[in-house]
Design a protein around this ligand. Structure first.
Ligand code: NAG
Length: 149
């Protein structure tokens, strides 16, 4: 653990809210490349998402294409089956990305993930895609979360 990570961990233990870099799997980003994913607040692995709270999902990626639009498509994979998961804002261009998207530029896509109280308490793998004009994935990532009371 380097000094910076040490301080971050300490900061979280003391009880400040902090973002955590999330371990993710790439599920076929074709027109972009993901650099990092973080969820705020999150202080465990996998991140525990409390019902009734809202979280920020922040994906840092670079694009290899120009695209006027970007659209988020989110699923929760429950028992192997992808279930569509509505996010309040599907438009990536309204989620921290300055559109049009340009080649070779790094973007921070950041959006709210509200966790409704009617969700079941389960561990779920989230599949988050951001599609370009041609419906290709600028990114496609998988990361585990745990919905808790
Ligand atoms: C997203 O994460 C990046 C890199 O960790 C950071 O520079 C940026 O400020 C974050 N954006 C938001 C909205 O949290």
């Amino acid at each position: 653990m380097d000094v910076r990570t040490g301080f971050t961990v300490l900061f979280c233990i003391i009880g400040f809210t902090c973002a955590r870099k999330v371990q993710f799997k790439d599920c076929g980003s074709t027109t972009g490349k993901v650099d990092s994913v973080d969820i705020d607040p999150c202080d465990s692995t996998p991140c525990q998402l409390h019902k009734g709270k809202s979280y920020t999902v922040n994906v840092t990626f670079s694009s290899s294409v120009d695209s006027k639009t970007s659209t988020a498509v989110v699923h929760g994979i429950i028992a192997g089956v992808p279930v569509p998961f509505p996010v309040p804002i599907e438009d990536g261009c309204k989620s921290g990305i300055q559109c049009p998207i340009q080649k070779q530029i790094t973007y921070h896509y950041a959006t709210e993930l509200p966790v409704k109280s009617e969700y079941p308490s389960i561990k779920v793998v989230v599949k988050w895609e951001l599609r370009d004009d041609d419906k290709h994935d600028l990114f496609c990532i998988l990361f585990p979360v745990e919905v808790v009371n």
